[in-house]
Design a protein around this ligand. Structure first.
Ligand code: SF4
Length: 381
């Protein structure tokens, strides 16, 4: 049997944008745009990126809550890309999700025992006293008092509610759990408890996780490998420590420069790279490398040719980067300047009300000197 529990090949998910009186769809939101990777049994793959980069949409494609526009998903040796709702039912036992919002994901009018018991009822695997026994077992497993079986979600704290979500996901002993920002809505001290709980459960139950987050420190702590997404695509994927020590993509470098470091002396010396502009609209993503309007290293080739996700320099085959001009170890990205025309760079609103977004661009950086744009701001963190 293959070591890969989950394998994605060129997964694409577009959403139509309905406009006008007749709600006709002329444009598409390119939410996920050709994502390929594998997740091995027993590992945790961290999926990171800014809000709107497509990571949560990808999670819903993997769990087949969304139909794919194209591409293929193999789960446990079986092609699940085109399964119909009835055929998906057995899959739901083996693949579960933990959601971000421990408040919104639990029905406040139902008792906890009934919420956690849902998977048993839906799949008809246990009823009556047997269901109660298994629910209480799941509650104990995640550190909840089984005596609180009849309580309502409002009687629990935020961390305890997330434990209820974990217990519900674990009820049927799935092989894969997709954790969609499971700790972002929690206090920092509670985040650590939930992360430690997930880690202990992984060892105990031989679970495989896809862990989605926008906090790079959290992802580093929990992941064996990390995939970084930008505008619907994976731009870099590597073993966690390798990515944090040797980031190759300029976007990865910029994000990592903003991660707090505990050493105040090192933090004072470090220069933070702040990219100009916002993420472009996924309705009309930029040509070539979709990061080129914001990239301090962009060159003409980047505007026309999309880079492949490949190992760069002498990186191991597990470390792949989608960049024509990756960042070498020790390279100072804050010294880089884009060598593309101003019309290809990101647009910032100007005082004359120039439009923002794609297709139109003005120089950004040193005010009034478009010939010598400052691609990045340098800040002491
Ligand atoms: Fe994209 Fe070019 Fe920048 Fe690499 S150097 S991230 S290919 S724009």
């Amino acid at each position: 049997m293959s070591d890969a529990l989950l394998s994605l090949t060129d997964v694409v998910k577009y959403f139509p944008v309905q406009t006008g009186h007749l709600r006709r769809s002329r444009d598409m939101v390119h939410a996920v745009d050709g994502v390929s990777f594998e997740v091995r049994r027993g590992e945790t793959l961290g999926l990171v990126g800014e809000t709107g980069c497509g990571k949560s949409t990808l999670a819903r494609c993997i769990s087949r809550l969304f139909e794919l526009t194209s591409g293929q998903i193999i789960f446990d040796g079986r092609d699940i890309s085109r399964l119909r709702p009835r055929q998906l039912r057995p899959l739901r036992r083996e693949m579960q999700m933990i959601f971000q919002d421990p408040y919104g994901s639990l029905n406040p009018k139902r008792r906890v025992g009934s919420i956690i018991g849902d998977p048993f009822a839906i799949h008809g695997t246990a009823s009556g006293a047997e269901r109660k026994r298994r629910v209480q077992e799941a509650m104990e497993l995640v550190g909840l008092n089984p005596e609180h079986y009849n309580r309502f979600p409002s009687e629990f704290s935020g961390g305890q509610r997330q434990r209820i979500g974990v217990a519900r996901a674990l009820a049927l002993r799935p092989k894969l759990i997709i954790c969609d920002e499971p700790v972002s809505a929690l206090d920092v001290s509670i985040q650590a408890q939930i992360i430690n709980l997930l880690s202990d459960l992984q060892d105990q139950l031989d679970l495989t996780y896809v862990f989605i987050a926008h906090d790079l420190s959290v992802v580093r702590h929990v992941s064996d490998r990390v995939a970084l997404m930008y505008l619907g695509k994976v731009v870099e994927i590597a073993p966690a420590e390798e990515l944090y020590q040797h980031p190759r993509h300029p976007y990865a470098n910029a994000l990592l420069s903003a991660v707090p470091i505990p050493d105040p002396i090192a933090a004072a010396k470090r220069e933070r790279i702040v990219l100009v502009g916002d993420v472009p609209s996924p309705v009309h993503p930029p040509s070539g490398c979709n990061f080129h309007p914001r990239c301090p290293k962009a060159q003409d080739r980047c505007v026309v040719e999309e880079p492949s996700l490949l190992p760069r320099f002498d990186d191991d085959e597990l470390h792949a980067t989608a960049c024509h001009f990756p960042v070498a170890d020790g390279e100072d990205l804050s010294e880089a300047r884009p060598a593309i025309g101003v019309e290809h760079r990101i647009v910032e609103p100007d005082t004359a009300g120039a439009p923002t977004g794609l297709g139109v661009s003005v120089a950004h950086g040193s005010p009034g000197s478009p010939e010598s744009p400052e691609p990045v701001e340098r800040r002491r963190s």
